[in-house]
Design a protein around this ligand. Sequence first.
Ligand SMILES: Nc1ncnc2c1ncn2[C@@H]1O[C@H](COP(=O)(O)OP(=O)(O)OP(=O)(O)O)[C@@H](O)[C@H]1O
Length: 765
Amino acid sequence: MSQVLKKGPWTVERMLGSGGFGAVHLWKNEETGEKIALKKCRLQNEMTEKHKQRWQLEVQIMRRLEHENVIVALEVPEELNVRANELPLLAMEYCSGGDLRRILNQPQNCCGLKEYAVRCLTHDVAAGVEYLHGKKIIHRDLKPENIVLKTVDDRIVYKIIDLGYAKELDQGSVCTSFVGTLQYLAPELFASQKYTCTVDYWSFGSVVFECITGYRPFLPNSPPVQWHKEVCRKSPEDICARIDDHGEVKFYKTLPSANRLTRSMQTYLEQWLRTMLRWDPKARGGGLLTGRRPACFQMLDNILQMKIIYLLHVPSNELLTYPVVEQHTMLDLQKRIEEETKIPIDKQDIILANGMTPEQEKPAAQCWLEPTEEGSYVYLFQHGTGNFENGLRKNRLLPPAVQTIVKDPNTMIPFSDQKKAWAESVFFCEEQCLEFKRLVLSQRAAILSLIRIDSVFVKAKNKMTNELDQMVSKSNFFLESLAYDMMFYNEQANNGGVTSDSVYSKWQKMQREVQGFIQLKERVSELESQAIALQTKIVELQKSPFARTKQDDTLDELAKQARTVYEDFRKTARENRDAIKDQKPMVSLVVKCVVWRDKKLPDLYAHLSKLGACKANVNTLLPQVESCLQQILDNSRKLIDYQKRRQTAIWKLLEITVQQAKQSQPQMPTQPTDSMDVSRMIAPPQLPPNPELSTINRAASTTSILQSLAMSTSSSAESLKTLEDAKATTKMFEETLGSLMVEHDQFTATLSDLDISETGSASHS
Ligand SMILES: Nc1ncnc2c1ncn2[C@@H]1O[C@H](COP(=O)(O)OP(=O)(O)OP(=O)(O)O)[C@@H](O)[C@H]1O
């Protein structure tokens, strides 16, 4: 096919791959831009009649299948179709992501794929396998080469290809056709025994294991016969077998530590793998559930649907995981955190990526985020502590295999050990990079959290300042008015007018108390200067290099170099294994990585520590500001109350005076008063000096003074010097005006009883 590059509008772009039977090419329609993968049997002449029939049958089966995770068969374009006597072609949707083997071969995946990719592929392949089994099709040849990737709506979809071809092949051809991929074959197939669909479980489990760790589960480098002899000894729970340093086969029930799974995911997938990698085909997959669904698919669904909270414990740089269900409250989650980290619940400072704090009354699931490729984390700090010692200590560890080559870069070790040490070195560099980035993200969340709480603080502080200004104006006005009242009171009392010791002493008490209100100014200015210092610190912290969007990419660069060195190592090894014994290129990168990290990490933790201290500072100042604000508001309320009381007292005095006047001589002419005459407030009326003045005369004078007093309250706002004062007093005036008007109405009524008009002119003399 490679010679024929064009057929009608179709052009062959390249070969996508080839296997035991077919060669797959990518064809493009130049007119429509459509791309298809076309598989042609490449052994047409060598195939027996039986094989040819099977090929035809499988092509027909393929065309009947329809599932997102099984490759879609398409109509072969007319221009590309073969002659009637040739084997049919298989046209398929083109999957541009290549196959899973290509992904596993990438050096960054030498110790397994990221958790997100493992989740997605496990989900998709399981869905495809369950669909095929539902259609009574056993794939029998599940392996990374037979899983292809296609991007659909920004998501990678994994699809099973090459299905059914091996299904009915006789055992002899199994052995010849499957050379090189025997390690994915279920043992019963390999040993020519009867089999069921559980053979696919074994292969699927092996593929998932390899995706998690970078290598196959059982003795990946052993020849088939030895492999079978050794692996059949495995216990039902074993999911891995390796040959140790003494040449002994060792079985393991857990996954090796160099993988990218988080704690919970690792535990769940280990359980699942134990079900999938059972030697006994009947026990494999966990049997059928009541609805006849195989248990292994249900188990996987449960794992993948689980809401797992990824909580980075920043002080120790440890990623903790907490699976939660809807019923879990925040308190439940915090109790589990307390158990594990020993941080008391009230000291736990949990911050979401956007800097918000989870709401206590909402379920714990609010901390759960849809899994993403980069990982979605919640951050745990400890209130009021900047001790990050553990975080620094934890990062000092090198994986054992890496330690060996770092200790002695000239050491001669077997190829497989060297490969492992180099793979783990790449993994180590990648992990340092990831962990550092995660810590940088934690500081971003911490800054956002600080800014959020600071904005609450600044608001409260501004309110405190404003309310203080108003309170001081009100107090000044009140004190001025009161002093004025007291002066008038004394004046009329000295002239034989009404007196009330209790009123006067209350006024004096109010005067002292209100003078005390003004002293809050000092407290406020003290808090303000602390707030200014705090704001300066916050601005400084925001200028830190760690707070910048663009971060130093040294670790990225070192990880990239480690990948390249590893890739070169593998290429060279393919030609001559003995050619590479020099550990230095990789060791040098690991050392650079450690040196950079050990230099930067203390800086980052120092920055985190300052952020923590600042937050603690805000948390201490905020309640002080709030309590000061409360005091100011209380004082303001008291001022209104005092103002009312003062008014009431004046009007009461006036009422008494009028009553006295009424009782003594109602016909006495009163001195004319002009309630609108503002000059009265400034220059109080001169009372006649004659002590013999009749009661009515004194009453009239007192009335006049008290009237002035009353009216002075309403007019004083105009005479205030500043606009601020005017605003504050106007507000207070509005509040007191109500009571004043009521009193005034009563007074008018009293005057009319006395037959004295409000303007002061006597109606009868
Ligand atoms: N639809 C497709 N889109 C992209 N690449 C494909 C597609 N189908 C196959 N390939 C590529 O071609 C390779 C060979 O395909 P396939 O496994 O179907 O061939 P085969 O001859 O049946 O192989 P085997 O030896 O497994 O029987 C795959 O590993 C994959 O890389």
